[in-house]
Design a protein around this ligand. Structure first.
Ligand code: PLP
Length: 220
């Protein structure tokens, strides 16, 4: 694998306002260290246990992003160190993240995962669900979380037009939510785009891409 070359290639094509999350799920620490030594300090994992293990063995100036579906009872394992939780798709989960963050005297940054794909299997909330949460009294009491934007996953399809439509939808939803700003809702990030579609995502307004196989090679 040419992890360093892959990284350099991707980075050379990214506009300054786009953050690269290196998605390292299933990959061994040696591979992550190769990326780390090439200057990549933001990693994305989709399983909490695996992220905790890598966190424990790797340098402490890494930003760890949880990009997968989060089970409430596992939030406690990452609450002490996670930098950004991409997949917040319900209010109960947010309450638990807030509760655990408070134990560590931290404020944990989160994204609302919005369902933009047509498939049933993709998690996420609707724009109106997100908007209702933001406007609720209960949300205004959560002092240990901050929602800094939205995340979405496009349908798994070859149809570029459909992917583009879904990315554009997420950008539109982000813009409409942006009209409100509170101390714990400061939208600035749109997390969309993966190995196969990140260029399209950037054209549609992405500010954060999550790239795995293009950096580390295919997963088993
Ligand atoms: C695995 C994963 C990615 C990266 O996928 P690649 O196609 O390997 O770039 C991005 N986002 C999420 C949520 C993932 O689970």
């Amino acid at each position: 694998m040419h992890i360093q070359e892959n990284l350099q290639h991707i980075k050379s094509t990214l506009p300054n306002h786009v953050t690269l999350v290196a998605v390292s799920k299933t990959k061994p620490v040696n591979d992550l260290m190769e990326a780390y030594n090439a200057g990549q300090h933001i990693f994305g994992e989709n399983k909490i246990q695996e992220m905790v293990e890598k966190y424990q063995t790797m340098p402490k100036n890494i930003e760890w992003h949880m990009i997968g579906h989060v089970q409430r009872n596992k939030v406690k394992y990452m609450a002490g160190f996670v930098s950004l939780i991409h997949g917040v798709d319900n209010f109960k989960l947010l309450i638990e993240i807030n509760r655990q963050a408070k134990r560590y005297r931290r404020v944990i940054n989160c994204l609302f995962q919005i369902k933009i794909a047509s498939e049933d299997s993709k998690f996420g909330m609707t724009a109106s669900e997100a908007s209702e949460i933001i406007k609720s009294e209960a949300f205004s009491e959560l002092k240990n979380i901050k929602i800094i934007g939205v995340m979405g996953m496009a349908t798994f399809t070859e149809d570029e037009n459909q992917i583009k439509k879904e990315f554009t939808l997420l950008k539109t939803i982000f813009d409409s939510l942006k009209s409100v700003e509170t101390f714990n809702f400061k939208p600035e990030t749109i997390s969309m785009g993966m190995s196969g579609d990140y260029q399209l995502a950037i054209n549609c307004g992405s500010t954060m891409i999550r790239v795995g196989s293009r950096i580390f090679g295919e997963r088993n």
